[in-house]
Write a protein that binds this ligand. Sequence first.
Ligand code: GTP
Ligand code: MG
Length: 209
Amino acid sequence: MKIEKIEFTCSSPSLKLCPQEEIPEFAFIGRSNVGKSSLINMLADHKGLAKVSGTPGKTRLLNHFKVESIVNKTSATWFLVDLPGYGFAKLSKEQRAKFEGLIESYLQNREDLALTFVLIDSRLEPQKIDVEFMNWLGDNEVSFIILFTKIDKLSKAQLVNNLAAYQKALSGSWAELPLIIPTSAETKAGREAILEIIEEALKEIYQSE
Ligand code: GTP
Ligand code: MG
């Protein structure tokens, strides 16, 4: 699938203030600093689209980007959403609860949410907070795919090792393991695979309409 055009629509502090347009939506979420904004820029092929920073916790709003692409020879419009990072240690308990509430209400109630991509730093051992978050998604019937980020920082052997560790960590709670796609904003690894998944989802949505 080719992206024809992508532009920033708005940043929303609550679900209620999100765009009203009823078009399919694909959300990107993960812990702060995991590389969400970088990955979105990589998908969009547009470096300055989503703000990238060395300071964790920069994205505290739901950021909508409108994408025009060609699916089945017709133009398909959808939203790509950059969600705030969860598990940001430097926030106070209250601030943290507020952001987590925002994320949860969005994931549970956003009607046109087609698919969620959960970003995981490929360099780390399975983290409790990520495994718990994915279990929460499962319990709430939010369908998701895992994106392993920053794989350019790992050797092939390390990547294989860390993928296996994650599959093992998830196997306790999942009968059928979620798909994990290795990605890098630096090398563009995973770009085609992600766009293909979005394209397939869009085809299904348009077919059933
Ligand atoms: P918040 O918005 O603060 O939650 O962070 P984020 O998840 O959007 O992460 P962001 O894209 O801002 O990236 C965080 C840091 O990781 C930046 O210093 C990026 O340059 C770096 N980074 C992101 N993706 C990659 C990658 O694929 N490879 C490498 N080597 N570095 C990356
Ligand atoms: Mg960000």
